[in-house]
Design a protein around this ligand. Sequence first.
Ligand code: UT7
Length: 321
Amino acid sequence: MKAKIIGTGSYVPPKIITNDDLSKIVDTSDEWIRSRTGIEERRVSDPQTATSDLAYFAAKRALLSSKTDPMSIDLILVATCSPDTLFPSVSCIIQDRLGAQNAAAMDLSAACSGFNFALATAASFIESGNYKNILVVGADTLTKYLDWTDRNTCILFGDGAGAVMLKATDEDCGVLSSYLKAKGEDGKFLVMPGGGSRDPEMKNKRFIRMEGKEVFKFAVKALEESVLEVLKLSGMDISDIDFVIPHQANIRIIDHVIKKFNLPKDKVYVNLQKYGNTSAASIPMALDEAVAGNKIKKGDIVVLSGFGAGLTYAANLVKWG
Ligand code: UT7
């Protein structure tokens, strides 16, 4: 049995914040942000909107596109590091809203790598024969945890959600291999200190703190390694790739990989100019856009690869069905 992606969906909140808007609140400029990151604008949730709201709409669209009856879902897995509450989980909240009463539900925390970790977990559940229909969502609202006076971080992130519906198949397609890694010793480079059990009273405000240069160096290596290793696990190499969906964090990180592997630019999907870094949502949002734009066809070998806090990095190799 393999896990086939039978539908995708995504959702972003309507409010747009441009680079020029940011230059009015911190010492930055459109020119700096575009040239150093590739980002032009990002979406920001209003105070009433939580991660589960975005996750719900993305999930609903994935169910529609795959013509899935919510009652047939066996498991809902939501990758997020910005849940509405520590519990109940986002997956339980959307289980209720979707009317998926037969589904088990759990969240998975691997920050920006979360969707790849969740997809690999879901694929294993399907390959083991335990479950047939799994909804995987990546959703985050990191703009709620930004220090809007810190130009090192507030220019990078945006809110969003993406989802895929997986189905057990005996066809020759689906998730072929997964490569998951963690580097806990470097966790200090990207941290949200406040609000956890080490600081329940939030003496540290719940803001993202990042050493950008360190994360950048890690990211370039992580992307490179995860692409090569996930291909190797399926006995393939760079020449077998039809399409790459990298984590949408910084165009300079993506360009490095394009150059390193000599990939044609049109084989690598980029939409970070519109959304910034949407964390666990970035890869499923990009996948949904690529599918809607007919960029991926049946039989294509697609690599989904990303990195994030933890530090973590991961890739999945998918044969499109
Ligand atoms: O999902 C994982 C999440 N994290 C990432 O992917 C982050 C990876 N890192 C990066 O994307 C980059 O390191 C950044 C975009 C965060 C920063 O780019 P950089 O090329 O590494 O810049 P830098 O930190 O070396 O800063 C260069 C200069 C500094 O000024 P001086 O010391 O040369 O005078 C910074 O103070 O740019 C300054 N700077 C800014 N200037 C205008 C830093 N941020 C800004 C800003 N606007 N927003």
